[in-house]
Ligand binder design. Structure first.
Ligand SMILES: C[S@@+](CC[C@H](N)C(=O)[O-])C[C@H]1O[C@@H](n2cnc3c(N)ncnc32)[C@H](O)[C@@H]1O
Length: 361
């Protein structure tokens, strides 16, 4: 997966530099400001927890966001994964060069541990860069780092230390729940399936067949293990290692039909196994056109993207003439209540109209 997936726009904001081209040093956060930030964070966390914990128990969810940059001066997201915690800071590039940046973020990390009543070793600071030490772990050691969480009664493996992402994108919880409720008796296709969380929910919801496609052998193995963890699997639940665009052009695939499709592609990806890069902005129209060939009338595609600057084109454009699909944007309904960032993703429901697929649809 490309490292820019899910990147925050601030990550590629230009770095402020001084006359010599060096990153401009910011004034230190300072002990007093740091202490004030810690106190504000602790108070807000306590307030949020009271609400979110009650909700999570009812919803049978053990992983959720407990703080989402609620206070502008403390631009963190804090995700609770059943007793362990993932903290990510959203800072301007130059802020990471403030002389006491490390001290500031460590103080906040300890505040999170104390307030959530977990050992500091259980609070993982997420970095965009792969952690050097951790990246060298053998697969066996990685297995030791993984643990289970529960979402909507389904069990899923996550790993907070060894990969760029945890194995479960929390912002798609409502869409996974929706897929579960609509999957009964359906042939479900999960494109860019990652660790197969949508597939687990589809099978749990009664899908008769599932096909999960991803380029990464590591993530497909993870998806297989997620299915196994729920007592799911077997020949009716296929895992396919292929480039999605190429796979959708396979003549054998063109003879298949899928009633319910999830297509949640990365913003951009690049791999030796692909003949071309995938760029969601450039390629979403071609992807949806390919899907029109394998989705029967009445079939549904959920298309989603985390690309913040995404401009909906083709059938997703507001003024698009209706051809293959009846389209509704459903982003408001698919962003979970524990996320304050209402732009974390956008999602659309496309229902296949009767009629053959024609280019430009
Ligand atoms: C953004 S994640 C998908 C998240 C997933 N839908 C979920 O909600 O759990 C991107 C995934 O797409 C896969 N991927 C990227 N480019 C691909 C391609 N061209 N064909 C198939 N899989 C691809 C990556 O390996 C990664 O697992």
């Amino acid at each position: 997966m490309n490292e820019d997936d899910y990147a925050d726009p601030l990550d590629d904001a230009p770095l402020a530099t001084d006359d010599s081209g060096m990153p401009r040093e910011l004034p230190p956060f300072g002990a007093e400001r740091t202490a004030a930030h810690c106190e504000m964070l602790a108070n807000r966390l306590r307030k949020n927890l009271r609400h979110v914990r009650k909700w999570a128990k009812r919803a049978q969810v053990t992983c959720y966001r407990v703080y989402d940059r609620d206070i502008p001066e403390v631009p963190l997201s804090v995700d609770w994964y059943d007793g362990r915690v993932c903290v990510a800071a959203r800072l301007r590039p130059e802020e990471r060069y403030a002389p006491d940046f490390e001290a500031w973020s460590e103080a906040l990390r300890l505040t999170v541990a104390q307030t959530l009543e977990v050992a500091p070793s259980q609070v993982y600071a997420r970095q965009r860069e792969r952690q050097r030490g951790a990246a060298q772990y053998a697969p066996q050691a990685r297995e030791a780092q993984r643990f289970e969480v529960v979402e909507g009664g389904r069990r899923l493996w996550v790993n907070l230390s060894d990969y760029l992402d945890t194995g479960l994108f929390l912002d798609h919880r409502p869409l996974r729940a929706r897929v579960a409720t609509e999957a009964r008796g359906r042939r479900v296709l999960n494109l860019f399936c990652y660790t197969g969380a949508f597939t687990v929910h589809a099978v749990g919801g009664g899908a008769t067949h599932t096909t999960s496609v991803d380029l990464s052998a590591t993530y497909l193995q993870w998806a297989r293990e997620n299915l196994t963890l729920n007592g799911m699997g077997g020949p009716t639940h296929r895992l396919v290692r292929e480039d999605v665009m190429r796979w959708l052009d396979d003549p054998a695939v063109l003879r298949e039909r899928f009633d319910l499709v999830v297509a949640d592609p990365p913003t951009f990806s690049n791999s030796k196994r692909m003949t071309d890069v995938f760029d969601v902005q450039r390629d979403h129209e071609a992807l949806l056109w390919r899907l029109a060939r394998v989705v029967p009338p009445g079939g549904v595609v959920y298309f989603s993207t985390n690309a913040r600057r995404f401009r909906p084109g083709g059938p997703l454009a507001v003024s698009a003439p209706a051809t293959h699909w009846t389209v509704t944007e459903i982003s408001d309904a698919t962003i979970p209540e524990d996320f304050r960032d209402r732009k974390i993703h956008r999602a659309w429901r496309l229902e296949r109209r009767p009629g053959p697929s024609t280019p430009l649809g």
